[in-house]
Write a protein that binds this ligand. Structure first.
Ligand code: ATP
Length: 577
């Protein structure tokens, strides 16, 4: 961040800070009021503000107003540009820009040509991607300043986990040109996790979180270990196929086909740019309505050849035709868990964030791959879930308020670890205890993926007292699979029938995930690994307790201390990594 060469920011005491999410599809602004992060509505009343600029007769429109211009002013409307920041033309994917201003090569970077001045004779301007981002951020900050009644000076902005240094520098520079100091860039999944953990009812405990950030043009999944309030990103996957626009496309095809069926002789609305834009906008709003209700309408005036079209669709039908996308999202999440070297049984929480996460079927499909004990934090599965479109902006606002009093240089120093992968222990470290059945079992003290340095303490009961031997060992989990008792099936070929239906999914209602079959039982069990240390605590009282402390240093060396609770002395030993 320091390599931007930007002018020094405001004094900490003069800052007014906000949190910003700056997406390819939508952006949001949030601020902190009475310790609670709130997402701000812009002048149009929108909290999800389309990341779009449009120019008409020299006037600049942004957000939803600009989005509406995609129908009749598409060539002067710039959309889906965030991911192009800091990139060379040859490495961008312009797929989503075919129905708006086209990105073009401009030296090392990308630009757009639009008529942004009034008057027929005015030549079009070529705007660099940085200039587009600056203009857009200026509008966002303007809306926030207007709402707050004072000039916003600084922000924490969220970025995807795969944003490289060049992209980050380009974003910081674009913000600086909009007179906005970037206090910090934080990764999107961490922002979502922060928003959840900052709630008063949240218990900050060690856990493994999956953050599925499902947006319009991309789906990003991150596996995050939260240990002692510190977040470590264990693995990430990024996908550009199974996201919101793919769901729009499913509905666009559905309604276009229906339109053609009902209006024989009419032109396919997908073959004309203006009709296609209308089809796309209305399909997206129908899709959003289907997240709330079980039925939604679709209605477009003069869809094609001057013919109006109105229809309805129910949720079940939508879920059937969109099945491939939903299944893709499930596979994506599973692959991220696998990439982190974990099992679904290791996951404590799944945070669904991003606009597409409002879709009830996505949340319920995900709950099918995780055990019941895993919390699926989405509006349709958990009443207390945060609005998935707002979680990241709130997290960014919380972080902004937390660090606003620091000098710029100190921020970089003090918060670095929160956003990058930090060293962590691979295996758990714990002690061996004996269960009621007399078997040796592993009791974890330092969970796996704990960021180091870390210190944990437990009390181990010593019911018989005397000389107690504490064995400190590594532990790792394995998944114990118990097959169900074989059952005779009443209808042996029901599976085969289902597979056939899948080919004709357009017509059939789906029941793809509600299989009532008894499943094999999978449980996570600890396996005792290699012994790290043995400590003998002498003369423990009957029914007493032994306190075992384990400290893992940054170089992964381990210090173990063991002593009787309330007793004197103790044993201490250091092990090198
Ligand atoms: P990206 O950068 O991936 O393009 P983003 O982070 O800019 O996305 P989001 O607002 O998170 O944008 O997601 C936008 C997507 O969410 C759009 O496809 C939009 O249609 C979809 N969406 C918004 N609200 C809902 C809803 N209630 N139900 C279903 N989908 C929704």
């Amino acid at each position: 961040m320091s390599d931007t060469g930007a002018k020094a920011g405001p004094e900490p005491s003069e800052r007014t800070v906000i949190g910003i999410t700056f997406g390819n599809s939508n952006s949001s602004i949030a601020y902190l009021v009475d310790d609670k992060a709130e997402v701000i509505a812009n002048e149009d009343g929108d909290r999800q503000i389309p990341t779009i600029l449009s120019y008409v007769d020299g006037e600049e429109y942004y957000g939803q107003q600009a989005k509406n211009f995609l129908v009749r002013n598409s060539e002067n409307t710039v959309a889906y540009f965030r991911d192009f920041l800091g990139k060379e033309f040859k490495s961008i994917d312009p797929t989503h820009n075919h129905a708006s201003a086209h990105p073009q090569e401009s030296g090392e970077t990308v630009s757009f040509t639009v008529k942004d001045k009034a008057g027929e004779e005015e030549a079009a301007s070529t705007l660099s991607i940085s200039e587009v981002a600056t203009r857009y951020l200026r509008r966002l900050v303007g809306s926030a300043s207007e709402y707050l009644g004072k000039k916003v000076t600084s922000a924490v902005i969220t970025v995807p986990t795969n944003f490289n240094d060049k992209q980050k520098a380009a974003l910081v520079a674009a913000a600086a040109a909009a007179d906005l100091e970037v206090l910090q860039l934080i990764s999107e999944p961490i922002a979502a996790a922060l928003a959840y953990d900052a709630r008063p009812e949240a218990k900050v405990q060690d856990k493994v979180i999956v953050v599925a950030d499902l947006g319009g043009t991309r789906s990003d999944v991150a596996i995050v270990a939260s240990r002692g309030g510190m977040y470590t990103v264990l693995a990430t996957v990024h996908d550009y196929e199974f996201a919101g626009v793919a769901l729009d496309k499913v509905l666009m095809d559905h309604f276009a086909k229906e339109f053609l069926k009902k209006n024989s002789g009419a032109k396919d609305p997908r073959e004309n740019a203006r009709s296609l834009a209308k089809l796309r906008l209305e399909s997206e709003s129908t899709k959003r309505a289907l997240s709330l209700g079980t039925n939604a309408s679709f209605s477009v005036e003069s869809l094609s050849d001057g013919v109006d079209f109105a229809s309805t669709i129910n949720r079940l039908r939508y879920e059937t035709i969109a099945r491939a996308v939903f299944e893709g999202i499930n596979r994506l999440v599973e692959s991220a868990v696998k990439k982190a070297g974990l099992d679904v049984l290791d996951v404590d929480e799944v945070i669904l964030s991003g606009g597409t996460s409002h879709t009830p079927r996505i949340a319920s499909n995900l709950s099918n791959i995780f055990p019941q004990s895993t919390r699926i934090l989405a509006p349709s599965t958990e009443v207390t879930a945060l609005n998935p479109s707002e979680a990241e902006a709130r997290g960014a606002a919380l972080q902004a308020s937390l660090i606003q009093d620091y000098e710029a240089e100190d921020i970089e120093q003090s918060t670095h670890a929160a956003v990058t992968t930090v060293p962590h222990v691979a295996n758990a470290i714990g002690v061996i205890s004996v269960n009621e059945a007399g078997e040796e079992v592993f009791v974890p003290i330092v969970p796996p993926e704990t960021a180091v340095p870390a210190r944990r303490t437990v009390h181990v009961s010593a019911p018989n007292g005397g000389d107690v031997l504490v064995k400190v060992v590594e532990g790792n989990t394995h998944i114990k699979v118990t097959q169900p008792e074989p059952k005779t099936k009443e209808n042996g070929d029901s599976k085969a029938a289902k597979v056939e239906d899948a080919d004709d999914s357009d017509e059939e209602d789906s029941d793809f995930s509600e299989d009532e079959e008894e499943e094999e039982k999978r449980e996570k069990v600890w396996k005792i690994g290699s012994t790290l240390a043995e400590a003998g605590v002498k003369g423990v009282k009957k029914g007493g307790k032994v306190e075992v402390s384990i400290t893992v240093n940054s170089d992964l060396s381990v210090i173990v201390t063991a002593r009787e609770v309330g007793g004197k002395g103790g044993v201490r030993g250091t092990l090198t990594s």
